[in-house]
Ligand binder design. Sequence first.
Ligand code: CO8
Length: 263
Amino acid sequence: RLDELEFETLTIDQHGPIAVLTVNRPRALNALNAETLGEIGMVAEMIAESAEIGALIVTGAGDKAFVAGADISELAGLEGVYGGRDMALLGQDVMTQLSNLPIPVIAAIGGYALGGGLELALACDLRVASPRARLGLPEVSLGLLPGFGGTQRLARLIGKGRALDLMLTARQVSAEEALGLGLVNYVADDPLAKARELAEQMLKHGPLALSLVKEAVRRGLDTTLEAGMEVEADLFGMAFATADFREGTSAFLAKRKPNFKGE
Ligand code: CO8
């Protein structure tokens, strides 16, 4: 079981098929250093190979922050072009691993989600924020740009104009404004509870279908509409060949609840 493993900078809890990854460096507002990134990558790798975990929630320890960014004290010690580039590549790889997981991944944002912290949330499929949350990409205020996929994922999620507004001004937005921008999906007083509720709702459905939806959207956004339609048709064909599809349709016709097996 995942929750039997020990990590230095994060904790993992498992509630049935739902895993909760909590970034746990509250004294640095859960800032991501190379060790945390490595540990998140390890967890993603294990979840990708686990048949037991059906959904992942990513959150931060304490009330104050989800994750307040990359660890600025570590960044300050990196030397030259290559140090920075390597750090960006490490962070990008980890975010892509999370984003490519075949299960729903939900960020529960209780406080600050800034810089690399917002990029972590952007690598998740959905974002739920507390009314107290503050979100932003303040990298230009440090003479940097987002380096963990933020320039790419934010513009794809909320559009070029809105993404450039946030990145060029470095301003923080409230949860309410983030909701209006489409940056978060839900605002809830208890974002972790809301994320669990959403995960449970998703887990009623066929797990293969969930993973195919994610794959179709992800691959489609990286290509033309025409090529995306082909991806959709191919994946639809794959869904058609599953036992889950037969179970889902026969359960509907027999007016009973489906019992999906992920096959
Ligand atoms: N890194 C390291 N330590 C941090 C970070 C961080 N990102 N954020 C907060 N901390 C630490 C503070 O230094 C402080 O430590 P100490 O108690 O030892 O002084 C502790 O956490 C508490 O923070 P504050 O006292 O500052 O708390 P406040 O309530 O006064 O302020 C803020 C909260 C507004 C969130 C403030 O802490 C802040 O502005 N933090 C930095 C936010 C930021 O700029 N984040 C972006 C970082 S850059 C980034 O993420 C780039 C990602 C891409 C990298 C690409 C690789 C090359």
